[in-house]
Design a protein around this ligand. Structure first.
Ligand SMILES: [Zn+2]
Length: 259
């Protein structure tokens, strides 16, 4: 298999792989794809400071991927796909010790500048596109946002709920915010296009109202946002759906209630 004709766009490269393997549905075997694209070895190691690494030469003609076994099996698949893009894109540059990618690198997505950040962002775009083909989301896009869809997609595609949730948020036409929390404290808020910025600080307690599935009357009064004139506004009523995870983690999907 070869993907040179797809150019350097990470999404186009992933879609070219889907075309060549005649992808229809179900999960993608990231290791099999990597080996078909000249990765000679995937080693599984208990890594402590990073999630994955790629060892390659300047010409990117040979490649070995190292994957952290302290991560869950589904996360390892994302790591393999992420490292594969560093290998496939000849403009990606490594340091003396090769590409070493941390968990933070694996979530790089925003507009921050710099070669390293851009490379990580591209690797994440490729991994998301490869493992979560956008065609598999089509059936959900005409329905109102629902966190049960994220669970279904996660299970079918064997990707973490975080990855499935980010992908769902990016592809769904409705404005969505995803709030990650641990033990009831906010650790990250990810805003989709068109979702107003909330007064929800990192470390703040997650409003109890988010523990309910449907819109709660008081959810609107807890969260405020600043409009384009920097005036504080009360939020429109929010729909909040919570997905409890292991070790006290939770993901809350927020959508704006229409009408
Ligand atoms: Zn990386």
């Amino acid at each position: 298999m070869a993907v040179e004709e797809a150019g350097l766009d990470p999404c186009a490269m992933a879609q070219e792989i889907h075309r060549q393997i005649d992808y229809q549905r179900g999960h993608i075997d990231a290791g099999k794809v990597a080996r078909a694209l000249d990765i000679t070895k995937i080693s599984y190691d208990a890594l402590t400071t990073y999630e994955g690494a790629l060892l390659t030469n300047d010409e990117h003609t040979i490649g070995i991927i190292s994957v952290n076994t302290n991560a869950g099996v589904w996360r390892r698949r994302f790591t393999i796909a992420h490292e594969l893009l560093h290998f496939l894109n000849p403009t990606h540059r490594q340091t003396e010790t090769g590409f070493r990618c941390t968990r933070k690198d694996m979530s790089a997505a925003g507009p921050a500048a710099g070669r390293h950040y851009l490379q990580e962002k591209e690797a994440n775009q490729f991994a998301a596109e490869l493992l979560a083909p956008r065609a598999r989301f089509d059936a959900y896009m005409s329905q109102a946002p629902d966190i049960s869809a994220v669970v279904e997609i996660s299970q079918e595609l064997r990707i973490s709920k975080q990855v499935a949730g980010r992908r769902y948020q990016d592809l769904h036409p409705s404005p969505i915010a995803m709030v990650s929390a641990q033990n009831g404290k906010v650790i990250h808020v990810r805003y989709g296009d068109g979702f107003p910025k909330l007064d929800l600080e990192i470390g703040a307690a997650l409003p109890e109202e988010f523990a309910v599935r449907n819109c709660s009357k008081s959810a609107g009064s807890i969260l405020t946002y600043n409009d384009q004139h920097n005036r504080q506004r009360e939020n429109p009523c929010l729909n909040a759906q919570v997905l409890k995870q292991q070790e006290g983690f939770s993901i809350t999907m927020l959508t704006l209630k229409s009408g």
